[in-house]
Design a protein around this ligand. Structure first.
Ligand SMILES: NC(=O)C1=CN([C@@H]2O[C@H](COP(=O)(O)OP(=O)(O)OC[C@H]3O[C@@H](n4cnc5c(N)ncnc54)[C@H](O)[C@@H]3O)[C@@H](O)[C@H]2O)C=CC1
Ligand SMILES: O=C(CO)COP(=O)(O)O
Length: 397
């Protein structure tokens, strides 16, 4: 870490989102905020989409004289546990659950976005103009912002709406394992537009982002660079590599969810490990092809094969992720994945189903469905015009 002068201000960190992964990441950054008091304010804010929860009899926090619904933020701040989305994991006491989005992001210099991707645009629009103009973002979202007209990274979408620079974090990171401090790796991608890692923003120069002006981080703050980000996210059980390839890291995280659905179906059909490996091989090729075709100039193809965000995330997601599990159960129980999602996930959100539809709409518009046979097959099976049994022949063409 660079040298810290006594006059430097500390970074205030906010996690926007408090689901399964939102809370696991908030736990990590709150632990590091407490460990590095020269760099970060100790108190970390976490925005919680407020809801009422009931504490069940099997919880150590069960109180027979208070069995009614309670606000999730009160429960988190009292017991330091998100009893709905990350049951059984103790959150650090310096993590503050805040039901007010606006209050939680106020004066924060580092904003970590960690929500199911369908909620991010609305969330960002409601804090537009209400954050520090020189804040920096990290998107932990696994989704791609595609519509019929174009494909954008969520880090770009967040940056465009809020007028800030935003990087990305993604890896082989099943939240329940990370939260229980089982060792894993992750990849952070961060490359503000400048020659070198220290952006002109940090040197006091305004810099044009795609649509908006980002503002310089005042010099009394430590610059937000690879070292500071590694300090914020790296734990003994969560090993961080920081790279520059925001597009590769983001695209891998989004598209592997479509592949995980196919892998779940294959498992549900009882086709065995060879079949699952075949689906993963084709899936990885299509992920890399998608990156090349639509983000070619900016993507580093090595991310797909060398980083946790690439092949490693694909493997873990196709072994035990929620998309994989729900797809597998959908075959075993003869239900739609959406039905399984409702009964199995207790309010958590699958990203693969929505991403498969969004990516297909985009590919159709480009006339490229045939170039991505696995992604296309997943969409067609979900919408009933193809069967899982058709996958082997279709992806071979
Ligand atoms: N859970 C995991 O193992 C991992 C998830 N991710 C990614 O992280 C992102 C966030 O996922 P999770 O934290 O797991 O979320 P989740 O799947 O636990 O989703 C539930 C969250 O969505 C919130 N929510 C519901 N309705 C909302 C609304 N209208 N507006 C705003 N928030 C609302 C809930 O309050 C809750 O916090 C996703 O893109 C996911 O793919 C990445 C790595 C691991
Ligand atoms: O992204 C994940 C693991 O890295 C989790 O994937 P699921 O959303 O399918 O559980």
């Amino acid at each position: 870490m660079g040298s810290i002068t006594p006059h430097q201000r500390k970074h205030k960190v906010t996690v926007v989102g408090s689901g399964n992964w939102g809370c696991a990441i908030a736990k990590i950054v709150a632990e590091n905020a407490a460990s590095y008091p020269d760099l970060f304010e100790e108190k970390v804010e976490m925005w919680v989409f407020e809801e009422n929860v009931e504490i069940g009899k099997d919880s150590p926090h069960y109180n027979p004289s208070n069995t009614g619904p309670q606000k999730l933020t009160d429960v988190i701040n009292t017991y330091h546990e998100n009893v709905k989305y990350l049951q059984g994991v103790q959150l650090p006491p310096n993590l503050h659950a805040n039901p007010s989005l606006e209050e939680s992001v106020k004066d924060s210099t580092i904003l970590i976005f960690n929500l199911p991707h369908q909620f991010i645009l609305r969330t960002c629009e409601s804090i537009k103009g209400k954050i520090l103009p020189y804040a920096r973002g990290i998107s932990c979202i696994k989704g791609v912002d595609v519509d019929e007209n174009g494909a954008h990274l969520f880090s770009e979408t967040i940056g465009r709406v809020l007028g800030i620079y935003c990087g990305a974090l993604s890896g082989a990171n099943i939240a329940n394992e990370v939260a229980r401090e089982k060792w894993s790796e992750t990849t952070i991608a961060y490359a503000p537009p400048s020659p070198g890692l220290q952006s002109p923003l940090d040197a006091g120069v305004s810099f044009a982002f795609p649509d908006k002006l980002g503002r310089a981080l005042p010099s009394e703050y430590p610059p937000v660079d690879h070292t500071v980000l590694k300090t914020l996210f790296h734990r003994p059980y969560f090993h961080v590599r920081v790279v520059n390839d925001v597009a590769g890291v983001s695209i891998s995280g989004a598209l592997k969810n479509i592949v995980a659905i196919a892998a779940g179906w294959v498992e549900g059909m009882g086709w065995g490990d060879n079949a699952k490996a075949a689906v993963m091989r084709v899936g990885l090729l299509e992920m890399s092809r998608f990156g090349d075709k639509f983000f070619g100039a900016t993507i580093d193809q090595r991310t797909f094969t060398e980083e946790s965000a690439g092949v490693a995330d694909l493997i873990t997601s196709c072994s035990g992720g929620r998309n994989f599990r729900c797809a597998k159960y959908s075959i075993e129980r003869n239900q739609s994945i959406e039905e399984v999602e409702k009964t199995e996930l207790n309010g958590q959100s699958l990203q693969g189903t929505l991403t498969a539809v969004e990516v297909n709409n985009f590919l159709k518009k480009q006339g490229m469905e045939e170039d991505f046979p696995l992604f296309t097959a997943v969409y067609r099976i979900m919408t009933g015009s193809m069967k899982v049994a058709d996958i082997p022949a279709y992806i071979e063409r």
